[in-house]
Design a protein around this ligand. Sequence first.
Ligand SMILES: [Zn+2]
Length: 149
Amino acid sequence: MTRSRIMASIKAKDTKAELAVRRYLHRQGFRYRTNDRRLPGTPDIVLPKYRCVIFVNGCFWHAHQGCAKYVLPKTNRQFWTEKLAKNVERDRRVIAELLALRWRVIVVWECEIASRAVAADTLSGLVNEIYSTEADAASSMRPRCHSSR
Ligand SMILES: [Zn+2]
């Protein structure tokens, strides 16, 4: 397999973290679409009722700065640096496009739901975010939205 084929297959499948977020939201009574290709960036989770999309980002592939899971491989450093920089750039562009379309964007990092203890906080916080921003779309520029970098 070529590198791009490998990455395409990784990108395509639903990650464990993504499934955990979906299961939780479903239990909380949320209804959503998944991997909606009609929206920029094919968001992992789309909550039409709240005009809110959620990306569940793998820490390596999306270059989670300062995260222990974001460590460049020792070999092919230049390839990875460029590849991941492109991913980050694409993430920024996609989020800007979604915001311009008046969607609200929440990014959940893989490491934020890696352990049960952390996951509980993250997921309840996520639900609060979905509800709280409903009333005030103008306040969508939250730190988690990664819109102010
Ligand atoms: Zn992380």
